[in-house]
Design a protein around this ligand. Sequence first.
Ligand SMILES: [Zn+2]
Length: 171
Amino acid sequence: MTAQEDLDHARLLRTKVVRYHEAGHAVIGELLGVPLRWTAIIDQGPGQRVLGRTERMRGAFEAASLETRIKTKLAGGLAEKILLGSRSPGGALHDDESIAELLKELEPDEKGREAVRSRLEADVRVLLEEPKNRALVEAAAEHLGLWSELTGVGLREIMKTKESGLASSGN
Ligand SMILES: [Zn+2]
């Protein structure tokens, strides 16, 4: 491979990781009652970082419990790990700060904080490993691959389609 092909390949992979990351935030948030407004993948062009951004319905995140907020934040990095086997936590870096802040609020005792984080991570892991939810994250990531954005309406449409699809295949 030439250097350019190498770069293009790394770039495609990187974009895929970001798509799964944002899809994880979006789907897990939706499942936990923090409805999505939109999520977008912003490809800034060759040599630039690929960014992902997810926004909730106004006030929904703030209204959610601390545990729910932390779980939706954890879901991005965990979706990368669980669905793609990604080892580089690149996409999750921007979440770490807010997760640390929220954890501090939830568990004032620093000694207990790591255990709380582990428990919440395990909860999100269970959600992401459930085949139905996994399929949802994959569908959302695929949509992001095609359109670079996914609205809350679009996500709920995907969820409805998957629901009915599963119901009919179960007959
Ligand atoms: Zn994130």
